[in-house]
Design a protein around this ligand. Structure first.
Ligand code: ADP
Ligand code: MG
Length: 341
C-alpha cells in the first residue's frame, strides 16, 4: 500500500520508498530482457550474445555537484541518469540497465522525492534503459546519489580514448560552454538565460551519436565532455600518445555564449576549461568528413571540426594566421584547491 497522505521520507520509510519506486516502474514490468528487477537481492538481466558488458558509475554529492536551491529535483533526477548514460555514449554502446544508490535526508518531502524519481525514470525511458535496483539509506548531510549504468557493445565496435591516429580531425557535437557559463553566472549570483540554465541542469547524453559513430566505425577515439574540453582532450592525447592543435575560432558556441563573450572575451577560459557539456569529442580520419556531415543532418546535431591530432606531445591553440600558443590540458579537478563548489 502506498502512502498518499504523508509528506516526507521519514513517514514512508525505506520500504515505502522502494514500493513507490516499483509503482512508478509498472509500465516497464514486462521487459523480456529483465528476469529480476527491483525486489530481490540482485537484479538478473540478459545480455545480447557475444557483446561486451560496459559498466560505469558516477557520484553526485549535494553542494559538490549540485545545489538544491539552484536546481529542480526533477532536473536533478534527469541529470543523475544523463551523466551516467553519457559514459555509455562515449564508448559507442547501447545503455540497458541502471542501479541507483541514494543517501537521503529524512526530511526530504515526498513531492521532491517523487520529482527526483520521475526525472530519473524519464531519462532512463528516453534512453531505452531500465532502473533495475539500488540501495537507499538515510543521510545526515544532504543528498548522495550514486548511479551505475550497464550497457553493451559488439566487441569490435568499442571506441576507446586511446584510438586516435595522427592526422585525425577532432570533432565535437553540439555547442560548448553553455553549462559552464550557466554555473559561472550562478556562482556570481546572476541568473543565466533559460537555455544556458537548461544545458547545465538537464544535459542530454549523445547516445544516438555515439552508437552511430561506433556502428559505422567512423570514430578512432572518443570521450564525453564532463571535465572540460581541454582536460578531456588531454585524456585522449595522453592515451593515444599524440599532440593536438585546436582552432579557438572554430569552437561551436551558442548564441548566449557568443553574446556573453562579446562583452567578456576573457571568459573564453570558462568555455575551454569549464565542464559538464556532455557533448562527445571524437577523432576521425579526414575521409570520414562526408559521412559525418550526413550523420549530423540525420541526427539534427551539429558536428564541428575544431582541430587535429598530430604526432608528438602537447596541446596548442592554433590560429588561422599560423600562430601557435601552448595550453595546459587542464580543467575541473576535484582535489585541486581553488575549484568552484
Ligand atoms: P538488500 O537488503 O538486499 O540490500 P534492500 O532492502 O536494500 O535489499 O532493497 C530491496 C530491493 O529494492 C532491492 O532489489 C534493491 O535493488 C531495491 N532498491 C533499494 N533502493 C533502491 C533504489 N534507490 N533504486 C532502485 N532500487 C532500489
Ligand atoms: Mg540495501
Amino acid at each position: 500500500m502506498i502512502a498518499t497522505t504523508t509528506h516526507n521520507l521519514a513517514s514512508i520509510g525505506e520500504f515505502g520508498f522502494i514500493a513507490r519506486l516499483r509503482q512508478k516502474l509498472r509500465d516497464q514490468a514486462g521487459r523480456a530482457d529483465v528476469v529480476l528487477a527491483i525486489g530481490d537481492d540482485c537484479s538478473a538481466c540478459t545480455l545480447p550474445a557475444g557483446e561486451l558488458l560496459l559498466t560505469s558509475t558516477d557520484l553526485l554529492i549535494e553542494n559538490i555537484h549540485f545545489r538544491r536551491d539552484w536546481t529542480s529535483l526533477y532536473a536533478l533526477g534527469r541529470k543523475s541518469a544523463a551523466v551516467n548514460l553519457s559514459d555509455i555514449a562515449a564508448m559507442g554502446g547501447t545503455p540497458r540497465y541502471l542501479h541507483l544508490g541514494l543517501g537521503l535526508p529524512q526530511d526530504l518531502v515526498l513531492d521532491e522525492l517523487d520529482a527526483f524519481c520521475d526525472g530519473f525514470l524519464d531519462e532512463c525511458r528516453a534512453a531505452g534503459a531500465l532502473l533495475c535496483g539500488g540501495d537507499t539509506c538515510r543521510s545526515q548531510t544532504g543528498m548522495f546519489i550514486s548511479v551505475s549504468v550497464q550497457g553493451t557493445i559488439p566487441a569490435d565496435q568499442l571506441v576507446r580514448r586511446s584510438g586516435g591516429q595522427p592526422g585525425d580531425r577532432l570533432y565535437v557535437s553540439g555547442t560548448l560552454g553553455d553549462s559552464a557559463l550557466a554555473l559561472h553566472l550562478l556562482q556570481q549570483g546572476q541568473t543565466p538565460a533559460a537555455a544556458l540554465a537548461r544545458r547545465h541542469h538537464q544535459p542530454t547524453p549523445r547516445l544516438a551519436l555515439g552508437r552511430a559513430l561506433a556502428a559505422a566505425g567512423l570514430a578512432h577515439a572518443m570521450i564525453d565532455l564532463s571535465d572540460g574540453l581541454l582536460a578531456d582532450l588531454g585524456h585522449i592525447l595522453q592515451q593515444s600518445q599524440l599532440a593536438a592543435c585546436l582552432d579557438p575560432a572554430a569552437l561551436p558556441l551558442s548564441v548566449d555564449v557568443r553574446r556573453h563573450l562579446n562583452h567578456k572575451p576573457e571568459d573564453l577560459d570558462v568555455v575551454l576549461r569549464g565542464g559538464e557539456d556532455y557533448e562527445l569529442l571524437f577523432s576521425a580520419p579526414p575521409e570520414a568528413a562526408p559521412r559525418l556531415e550526413q550523420l549530423a543532418v540525420r541526427l539534427a546535431l551539429p558536428l564541428t571540426a575544431i582541430g587535429s591530432l598530430q604526432p608528438g606531445e602537447g596541446l596548442w591553440l592554433c590560429r588561422p594566421d599560423g600562430s601557435r600558443q601552448p595550453v595546459e590540458a587542464r580543467g575541473f579537478n576535484h582535489f585541486q584547491s581553488g575549484q568552484p563548489a
